[in-house]
Design a protein around this ligand. Structure first.
Ligand SMILES: Nc1ncnc2c1ncn2[C@@H]1O[C@H](COP(=O)(O)OP(=O)(O)O)[C@@H](O)[C@H]1O
Ligand SMILES: [Mg+2]
Length: 149
């Protein structure tokens, strides 16, 4: 599987990437964000939401999932605090509801992700530098990567 590596040198460059990916959005798009605390997952999710016309984004850490109405519905999930009881959360209901799902800490629910998705891994290099590794799984996501890189 092809991966696409991008080095970003500032929060603004992460925001720009999120905006570029947002411009390629489609119903039932699923974006999985993977990386340590403070690596930039929420920065990405907020910038994506802003580009969809959603401004009041707060972290869903204690709610697991927050829904917003933008150009498409946005389902912002943070599964950091989920237990092993993930099956009962019904997250998979959201994958094909016609909106965009952004899942922070998606690597914690590997067995509950949709077959096709865009994975973005955030690797912290120093205070402001991150390597973002885009892994498209499925043809639609390959096109997204080809268009934004
Ligand atoms: N290149 C970068 N991309 C994203 N965030 C960055 C970058 N450089 C520094 N930061 C800072 O790192 C932090 C990322 O926080 P956050 O997005 O909440 O992380 P996470 O959701 O992965 O825990 C923010 O304080 C942000 O300002
Ligand atoms: Mg976060």
């Amino acid at each position: 599987m092809n991966t696409y590596k991008i080095t970003v040198h500032s929060e603004m460059e992460t925001i720009e990437l999120a905006q570029n990916i947002e411009s390629e959005k489609f119903p039932n798009m699923v974006i999985c964000l993977i990386g340590d605390l403070g690596s930039g997952k929420t920065v990405f999710a907020k910038a994506f939401a802003h580009a969809m016309g959603i401004v009041d984004v707060t972290s869903p850490t204690f709610n697991i999932i927050k829904e917003y109405n933008g150009e498409l519905p946005l389902y912002h999930m943070d599964v950091y605090r989920t237990s092993n009881d993930i099956d009962n959360l019904g997250l998979s209901e959201y994958y094909d509801k016609g909106g965009v799902c952004i899942i922070e800490w998606a690597d914690l629910i590997k067995d509950n992700l949709p077959k096709e998705r865009l994975e973005i891994e955030f690797k912290m290099i120093d205070e402001n530098t991150r390597i973002l590794v885009l892994k498209p799984i499925g043809e639609k996501y390959v096109s997204v990567c080809e268009d934004v890189i």
